[in-house]
Each structure stands twice: as structure tokens, then as C-alpha cells.
Ligand binder design. Structure first.
Ligand SMILES: [Zn+2]
Ligand SMILES: [Zn+2]
Length: 146
């Protein structure tokens, strides 16, 4: 399974490339269980240096579905509140909403491009990953006005 991020209702500028699902589908009677993983690249901005970069994600994905209309209405409504239980119409199981939520949960709130990212100089705004900015803030010990 391969989908464009837009097809899953994800913002196309928040993701790079396709979302690839490697899924095992098991069907027994009216029950369908889907297990596998989703792989995608989120396009995020480093909170330290503000550089955009692709963050590869690999997330376990699991959905259990039951054919709609086999139970009482009330029962279905209650079951549907459970994140892992989805109803399908017997022909098609729509996983896009589940996939979207699973992926969005995986995107970090405060991503950084690398553990060692040195960020921007708070004084002159230079990218400190490119080297010292020269405004002096980098070496407070060497500054003359101690
Ligand atoms: Zn960074
Ligand atoms: Zn600086």
C-alpha cells in the first residue's frame, strides 16, 4: 500500500514522499484485522536552527474491523469509540483516518535536525552549525568585559 500524504488527509507540505504501508490483512468471517507498519517522511523544521528536513518515521499500525450492521446500532456506536475498532461495509475498509492519526502522533513537537544541532546564535542569528558566528557570544570566557 502506498498513498500520497494528501490522500490520507495530511498536509502535503508537512510530508515528503509517499506513505508506505506494509500490512498483513487477516479476515475471519466478518472480522478483519490489519497489522503492520507505516513508513513515511515527515517534513519538519528544526526548533534550534529552523532548518527544514525530512524525518523518517516507522510506526506500528494495527486496526481491527468488523462489518457494519452485524450488531445492534447502540453497540456499534460504543465500539466505534474504541480507536482500534472500525467498521467496514464488507467491501472496503477505509484506513486513511487511522493512518493519518497514527502518523500525526509520531511527529515530534520539538524536532531537531540532529542531537548535536547547535542552533542559531541568539544574538546575530547565524547558523552555529556552520561555524562560529564571530559576534562573540560563542566564547563568553574570552570576552573582554568579564
Ligand atoms: Zn538544527
Ligand atoms: Zn552570533
Amino acid at each position: 500500500m502506498e498513498s500520497r500524504p494528501e490522500d490520507l488527509g495530511l498536509r502535503s507540505d508537512g510530508w515528503s514522499g509517499c506513505v508506505v504501508g506494509t500490512l498483513d490483512v487477516e479476515r475471519s468471517g466478518d472480522r478483519i484485522s490489519v497489522r503492520g507498519k507505516l513508513e513515511a517522511s515527515a517534513w519538519v523544521e528544526c526548533v534550534r536552527c529552523l532548518k527544514g528536513y525530512a524525518l523518517p518515521l516507522e510506526v506500528p499500525f494495527e486496526v481491527f474491523a468488523e462489518r457494519a450492521g452485524t450488531g445492534y446500532r447502540l453497540e456499534e456506536k460504543e465500539l466505534e469509540r474504541d480507536d482500534y475498532m472500525k467498521f467496514h461495509d464488507g467491501r472496503r475498509l477505509d484506513l486513511s483516518e487511522q493512518a493519518r492519526e497514527t502518523l500525526l502522533l509520531e511527529v515530534p513537537m520539538a524536532p531537531h535536525c540532529s542531537e548535536e544541532c547547535r542552533g542559531l546564535c541568539p544574538r546575530c542569528g547565524a547558523d552555529l552549525n556552520q561555524g562560529l558566528c564571530g559576534c562573540g557570544l560563542q566564547n563568553p570566557d574570552l570576552s573582554p568585559d568579564n
